[in-house]
Design a protein around this ligand. Structure first.
Ligand code: SAH
Length: 351
């Protein structure tokens, strides 16, 4: 029989499972403390649980849904990139980013991706499969151990690794509820960001969940013509429809939407395009996050130079659009979307 993935269970579900084995109620609290406060790696560590219970847990449940198979660490920035292997041999990656005295965990929601964005490494091999909630929770747990090793805690989680979270809606929502539990990792909904390439029905559905999540929308182009070339999803959901969904999200949740815009030299970085972008998002009380492109060798695209990036940001700001340029933490360790996974898959392919 297949084992139950422990990290896919809510506190209530864990209590129900242990209860069905005749265990007292406080056992679930003990177990949860081991999982999410002490970040235990094995049942053997859980010394305040009776040995028979530990044996039964080992027999019936799976403690670790992911295994770390590679680790890259940037001394300079404190960024850690982990490659996880899943039980069926699939691989995904997660990144820990350090800010002053707290950490943000960036995790993957799918092994591969089927959205086909032209500049992205994650989609090169297509979609292998959706991740389960337990696997996503375990990615955060593994990154939380890395944060602990650096003397801190994970305070925010971003769904910006490999995959399109709204293409794996149910599991992602379940994951979000699991990590938000105060008895679990306790990541507040406001500290969870979901990034989407623009699956409009998913955005509208998310707006109705009544959760104060941060929504990031990958825009990358100010016109339908260019966006459809860069992002095939735009042929299904064009800009007017996408922006309407964003407006609705902001209205229903009271949260300001963030637009991601990866600057690609000679493609979407001109002054005219900056003005068009300002015009497009102007009425939306939105925030624009400019990401200098992480060049992906297979894609033949480059990032603009620093001056051009600054000029682009200045045009947006002059038109009243709050704009930030993403701090780069990962280029020295191939932390750009899908790059480590892609490199490793490539190496294995050649081996
Ligand atoms: N599928 C989701 C989330 C994953 S990617 C989405 O599309 O939003 C997180 C962000 O990185 C997205 O904005 C994505 O478009 C961007 N991105 C992908 N490849 C990139 C690259 N090579 N350089 C810079 N940003 C990239």
């Amino acid at each position: 029989m297949e084992k139950t993935a422990l990290k896919g269970l809510s506190r209530e579900e864990a209590a129900a499972l242990l209860g069905s084995w005749g265990e007292p109620r406080y056992r679930a609290a003990q177990l949860y403390t081991w999982l999410y406060r002490r970040l235990a790696r094995s049942y053997a560590e859980m010394t305040d649980l009776p040995a028979e219970l530990r044996a039964r847990l080992a027999d019936k449940t799976e403690l670790n849904a992911v295994t770390v198979t590679r680790r890259e660490f940037s001394q300079a920035t404190g960024t850690v990139k982990l490659l996880f292997s899943l039980r069926d041999g699939q691989a995904v990656e997660g990144v820990l980013m350090r800010y002053r005295n707290w950490f943000s965990a960036c995790i993957s929601s799918q092994a591969g991706c089927r959205m086909g964005c032209r500049f992205c490494a994650s989609t090169l091999g297509g979609l292998a499969r959706n991740l389960e909630a337990a696997e996503m929770v375990d990615e955060v747990v593994a990154l939380a151990r890395e944060a602990r090793a650096q003397g801190g805690r994970v305070r925010s989680v971003v769904l910006m690794g490999t995959g399109e979270p709204l293409d794996n809606y149910e599991a992602v929502l379940h994951f979000i509820h699991l990590i938000a539990q105060p008895e679990g990792l306790g990541i507040g909904y406001r500290h969870i960001s979901l990034s989407t390439c623009g699956l409009v029905p998913g955005i509208r559905r998310l707006a109705r969940e009544g959760l104060p999540l941060t929504l990031s929308v990958s825009l990358h182009a100010p016109t339908d013509e260019l966006r459809s070339r860069l992002m095939p999803v735009n042929r299904r959901y064009a800009l007017p429809e996408l922006l309407a969904a964003c407006r609705e999200y902001a209205a229903l949740t009271g949260r300001r939407v963030t637009f991601e815009y990866a600057l690609i030299a000679g493609v979407n970085d001109s002054a005219r395009q900056a003005r068009a972008l300002a015009q497009l998002v102007g009425g939306l009380s939105a925030h624009v996050n400019l990401i200098p492109l992480n060049p992906v060798a297979e894609r033949g695209l480059a990032r603009p130079d620093r001056r051009r990036i600054t000029a682009f940001a200045a045009i947006l700001r002059a038109r009243g659009v709050p704009t930030t340029v993403r701090r780069e933490l990962g280029t020295d360790i191939s932390a750009a979307c899908g790059q480590l996974r892609h490199r490793v898959l490539g190496e294995e392919g050649r081996a």
